[in-house]
Design a protein around this ligand. Structure first.
Ligand SMILES: Cc1ncc(C[n+]2csc(CCOP(=O)(O)OP(=O)(O)O)c2C)c(N)n1
Ligand SMILES: [Mg+2]
Length: 795
């Protein structure tokens, strides 16, 4: 690595002066946004009428974010770099808005916020104001892929953005408070998954302003050598930029960024030209500045600058305390706005020249509007991977294993355009997607041994035992316009509930921002699900992620429960083509019955739900009872119960309905996939009992259908938090979702059957006891269960 001694003062006096003035301008605009309604250039004395009635925003982090922005501008101009800025402390929204305004991108996207006195007034007024813009670096903010509202995900997003973007440098400011979170702590390890030859670079900038909301931060209060060792231990080469004197700090930051850029360029040159494959020690910056730098030093006799007290609004009692108003005016005037903006309120031209041009401006970088860069995936025809399902429910296949073959070919077909990756916490093989390793490897930049299985620096399967990292990388990858799939054990996807929330919020809001283009969907495949935990037990049994996702805005979430392999192929193809959704697919990996041939599967999945005529007594007739199901295992049980009913109660008309697309159950007013009431009533006729075997927690089906005419008659079986390490059928019995219990449910619910079929009901009770005893005696389910197929005569 060629890193000579730091040039102590790379900035000429003129450059230093201009850089400092640019920073002052950004700081001025940031304070202005937090406080001012009017008098944007302080051309008259400040009065209470000029100030917002509610003071909302975060000053403390902002001068540091502005400092970094101004210096990155210089670096971009000097070297023609393409830099994406990720602001971990996204509560510093005013800073990112200020900078994109100064560089011109803001006014291009929002012409009413022009480079004029009137534009400045609007810029200030709209911030954290009803009908205006949010306080964070939200989707409305140009150049942002990261809101930073919920802290912890900045570095994972940054790496996700850098993968497969060899020319991109992602500068990621990490709050020192944010660095205390679990996801951020794991994110440092992303450097073991970044290929210097193939991927772009990430420059972490740990913003050590020393404080959070009310506390100091850990990393600011350990001795610097210990901090260095920590970061070196994560594999980085840290450079410290520390101080509070602006002139000294400008020189130091400029010199450090020059050096860091040299180091990154050399790492990339060595990897790309010399084929060096040793894991590089990427540079990073530790930026130690006072929190609320350049803000009020003291407020009400207590120190503000350089303490947690400057986190939000350091002067908050403007209306009741004239001293605060005077201090605010003094603070604003300390940036000397008259030197920064001309008569008309535009940034002076010598300062405007500090910003990069065109798409090199960080607010205009195309990667931050990933949808505009998205190329469709080339998808192999999934029909070619179909399993033969002749005679429904008689042959078996492993759904995810077959899907793996299709995904393998997705990887092959898109190898050149390098825009598809698979993410997972060490479970790609366990989830039986193993065929993908015929096309690629697992990404791995750390040591490799001969005994390892499919590890390579340029693999496209990203496995790390951190669901946070898998989710964060994938989010960064799709936010910058590429495609991916996250495969995860069903129970442990809950670890990223909160991250998925935030992504859903981003998707929802960005649909309302006219210049943002739809993104590739975030695809989550849940396998090794609640009903298939042979090796594990209760800890691995939790189907509740679906409930969580169902709370999100209907426009952005889709949940699919393909009953068999061919349906999974059809659903997966649909998801990888879709845009701007969070698609959740739940599919088993164990050998399971095939119900539909491919032609039927495509129709069924496109419809989203429907009657299976071959399983129903007589599809043309009005049913006495509807046997409904959603989920692969639930479908087998419902089908086995239906077979029993048809054999034992041949007069009973059973209609069999399978649901693939869970959101179809909602009314059309609630979800774009919702079924009309007429459509719903046609499947589930009012007054006719519905016994619904559902993969997850029963309450969700009630939630989704409560507005339906027939809701009173919908009786749901599902997982009711009974679990342990036991046989698959015992799991079903523990939760009353086994075929025998479903038959009992039908007898209990269909008028007249209780008396007429009491003998059969007792048999069902006895069957449960017998099967329970069998598992206890042998340790397995009886072959009649394990090898059950649909009785030939029925089809
Ligand atoms: C996960 C999460 N927990 C708590 C909060 C509430 N919160 C907002 S800002 C903040 C302090 C952040 O400190 P730091 O990361 O150091 O940022 P800075 O000092 O630059 O403002 C906290 C705790 C949050 N936004 N996200
Ligand atoms: Mg901090």
């Amino acid at each position: 690595m060629s890193s000579g001694p730091l040039t102590q003062a790379p900035l000429s006096d003129t450059d230093l002066h201009a850089l400092h003035a640019y920073w002052r301008a950004a700081n001025y605009l940031s304070v202005g946004q937090i406080y001012l309604l009017d008098n944007p250039l302080l051309r008259e004395p400040l009065t209470l009428e000029h100030v917002k009635p509610r003071l909302l925003g975060h000053w403390g982090t902002t001068p540091g974010l502005n400092f970094v922005y101004a210096h990155l501008n210089r670096l971009i101009r000097a070297r023609g770099l393409e830099i994406l800025y990720v602001a971990g402390p996204g509560h510093g929204g005013p800073g990112m808005v200020a900078n994109t305004y100064l560089e011109g991108t803001y006014s291009e996207l929002y012409p009413d916020v022009a480079q004029s006195t009137d534009g400045l007034r609007r810029l200030f007024r709209q911030f954290s104001f009803p009908g205006g813009i949010p306080s964070h670096v939200a989707p409305q903010t140009p150049g942002s892929i990261h809101e930073g509202g919920e802290l912890g995900y900045s570095l994972a997003h940054a790496f996700g953005a850098a993968f497969d973007n060899p020319e991109l440098l992602v500068a990621c400011v990490i709050g020192d408070g944010e660095a205390e979170t679990g996801p951020l702590a794991a994110s440092w390890h992303s450097n073991k998954f970044l290929d210097a030859a193939r991927d772009g670079a990430v420059l972490p900038i740990l913003h050590l302003n020393g404080y959070k909301i009310a506390n100091p931060t850990l990393l600011a209060r350990i001795p610097e050598p210990e901090l260095r060792q920590l970061l070196e231990g994560y594999g980085y080469a840290p450079h410290v930029v520390s101080g509070d004197d602006p002139a000294t700090m400008h020189q130091l930051m400029a010199a450090t960024l020059d050096r860091v850029a040299d180091e990154i360029a050399e790492i990339q040159r060595a990897a790309r030209e010399d084929g060096v494959i040793e894991r590089p020690h990427w540079p990073m910056i530790v930026l130690r500045t006072p929190k609320g730098w350049t803000g009020p030093k003291e407020v009400d006799g207590l120190p503000a600058e350089g303490t947690f007290r400057s986190h939000q609004v350091p002067l908050a009692q403007l209306s009741s305390n004239p001293e605060h108003l005077a201090q605010l005016e003094q603070w604003l005037r300390s940036y000397r706005p008259e030197e920064l903006f001309d008569e008309d309120g535009a940034l002076r031209s010598e300062l405007a020249a500090q910003a990069p041009l065109g798409a090199r401006r960080m607010g205009a970088i195309p990667h931050a509007n990933g949808g505009a860069l998205t190329r469709d995936l080339e998808l192999p025809d999934f029909r070619g991977y179909a399993v033969a399902a002749a005679g429904p429910a008689t042959t078996t296949s492993e759904a995810t294993r077959v899907l793996g073959r299709w995904l393998r070919d997705v990887l092959v077909l898109n190898a050149e355009q390098a825009n598809f990756r698979i993410f997972g916490p060490d479970e790609t093989a366990s989830n039986r997607l193993t065929a993908v390793f015929e096309a690629t490897d697992r990404t791995w930049e750390a040591e490799r041994r001969d005994t390892d299985d499919h590890l390579a620096p340029d693999g496209r399967v990203m496995e790390v035992l951190s669901e946070h990292l898998c989710e964060g990388w994938l989010e960064g990858y799709v936010l910058t316009g590429r495609h991916g799939l996250f495969n995860c054990y069903e129970a442990f996807i809950h670890i990223v509930d909160a991250m998925v929330n935030q992504h859903a919020k981003w998707l929802k809001v960005s649909t309302e921002v006219p210049w943002r283009r739809p993104l590739p969907s975030l695809n989550i495949l849940l396998s090794s699900h609640v009903w298939q935990q042979d090796h594990n037990g209760f800890s691995h049994q939790d189907p509740g992620f679906i409930d969580h996702v169902a709370n999100k805005r209907a426009e952005v979430v889709r949940v699919y429960l393909p009953p068999d392999t061919n349906c999974l192929l059809s659903v997966a193809d649909h998801c990888l083509r879709s845009r701007h959704y969070i698609n959740v697919i739940v599919a088993g990996k164990a050998p399971a019955l095939n119900f539909l041939d491919m032609e039927d599967a495509v129709v069924h999945c496109t419809r989203g739900l429907g009657i299976w005529p071959w399983a129903s007594s007589d599809a043309a007739q009005e049913p006495d009872v509807v046997m409904a199901c959603a989920g692969d295992v639930a479908t087998v049980e419902a089908l086995a119960a239906t077979a029993l009913l048809r054999e034992r109660l041949p007069e009973l008309h059973v209609r069999f309905v399978n649901v693939v697309d869970l959101m179809r159950l909602q009314p059309e007013t609630e979800h774009p996939h919702g079924l009309s009431d007429a459509g719903f009533d046609a499947l589930f006729p009012p007054g006719k009992p519905v016994i619904f075997a559902y993969h997850g927690y029963p309450m969700l089906i009630h939630r989704l259908t409560y507005r339906r005419a027939n809701h009173q008659e919908i009786h749901v079986r599902g997982y009711k938090e009974e679990g342990t390490t036991t046989t698959p059928f015992d799991m079903l019995m523990l939760n009353d979702m086994d075929r025998f219990h479903l038959v009992m449910d039908v007898i209990d619910r269909v008028p007249g059957l209780r008396a007429a079929a009491s003998g059969l009901r007792q048999e069902m009770v006895d069957e449960r006891l017998r099967h329970r005893a069998f598992t206890r005696a042998t340790g397995d389910d009886p072959p009649t269960i394990r090898e059950w197929t649909w009785p030939a005569g029925n089809a």
